[in-house]
Design a protein around this ligand. Sequence first.
Ligand SMILES: [Zn+2]
Length: 468
Amino acid sequence: MKLLCASAIAIAALLSSAPQSQPDWRAVEEETLRHYQALLRLDTRNPPGNETIAAEYVKGVLDREGIPAQIIAADPKRANVVARLKGSGRKKPLLIMGHTDVVTVDPAKWTFPPFSATRDGGYVYGRGAVDDKDNLTAALMTMILLKRGNVALDRDVIFVAEAGEEGGDPVGIDVLVKDHFPDVDAEYCLAEGGGVTRKDGKVAYATIQTLEKIPRRIELSAGGPAGHGSVPLKTNPVVHLAGAVARIGEWRPPIRLNETTAAYFKRLADISPPDVAQHYRDVLSSDPAVQKAADDWLFEHEPRHSSMLRTSASPNIITGGYRFNVIPSAATATVDVRLLPDEDQPAFLEMVKKIVGDPAVEVRYPQAAIRPGGREVRLDSEAFTAIEAAVTRVYDTVTIPAMGTGATDMAQLRAKGVQCFGIGPATDTEDGPRGFGAHSDQERLLETELHRFVRFNWEVVTSLAKAR
Ligand SMILES: [Zn+2]
């Protein structure tokens, strides 16, 4: 309740600063849908990507509007687009971005062909509908509207359509950050990773991603002499490895909260039914026993929330042996580790070695992290405040800051000091389990929510960049 009152005050405070001149939204909707469908129809599944077809489409649109845009490609088939609307330079730029690649498809499983952008029952279906051609379209429309409206800006607004996000291929954000950083350097950035949750068709809350975990893998390996299966050996690598995997599977690394996750559970508790809310509050308790009981409940019922509390470790690949009567000489396992952004990575490895507790099993990071860690954005920052106010104006709901358990291209920008926020359109919470979510075989988005998301983008961008 307290939160709702705070929102009401925020609305009153921001009414005066809300953008006065609005685009003709009805006319905008037709155009939004046209670009969204056109982008969904471009087959940019990664691998192989072929994002250049989307980059050329986007550049064509920007060119027609007279918005300066450049193609940046380390691989000619996997191009990125960077465009810029100039502001007075009074403030550092704002970057808005969306990735052009999508995950692969199994067309046989789709009711509507995955690259058809079919409209049905108020939805648009297609691979990338909510990951990430929604953000891409909304950012593109915002650039078009700023330019057409001749909006005076206090800061440059930079638009990026990047390749290779799915799987973190080094053709997209890495190229832009390493070789073209002045072109994308900004104070703030907006990208995927957040969203508005609807329950029973009604908006329940908005999550804004303010930081994300760092994905990394740990490899376990055991070795020993090969032998005849009829003569069991104490050194059997399969046995040693299986024990190590089981111990990691049973282990939950220590809980460590940060500003975002603490605010997340607190605000979620404020809008949840009392029985569930109690678990969210207990997780914040200074009493370890109370916290542990809440964590046990989350691990069983809401595993994503359990992962948000800690660096997580999930053993996902195990290999060893090739014939039933041969004791193999080696066995290996790969653990998917999602590190808290400020985790001490060598110290965490030592912790895993202790949990494994078997000198016959080697524990190591086989490669460097693909994405770097970044600093957390402050919740009292100008940008978070503006985003929260735009959520209130457009969705009339509460804003909850969240730490992503997955990874996005914001990681590279955050590592360079850009304060990034993950946003997204409203989707039905029932859609995920029913197989309509991101990466599913029926990815879809409500047309009305696509249009509302464009308005939300416009609100956030104008309140942060429009000249005062
Ligand atoms: Zn994505």
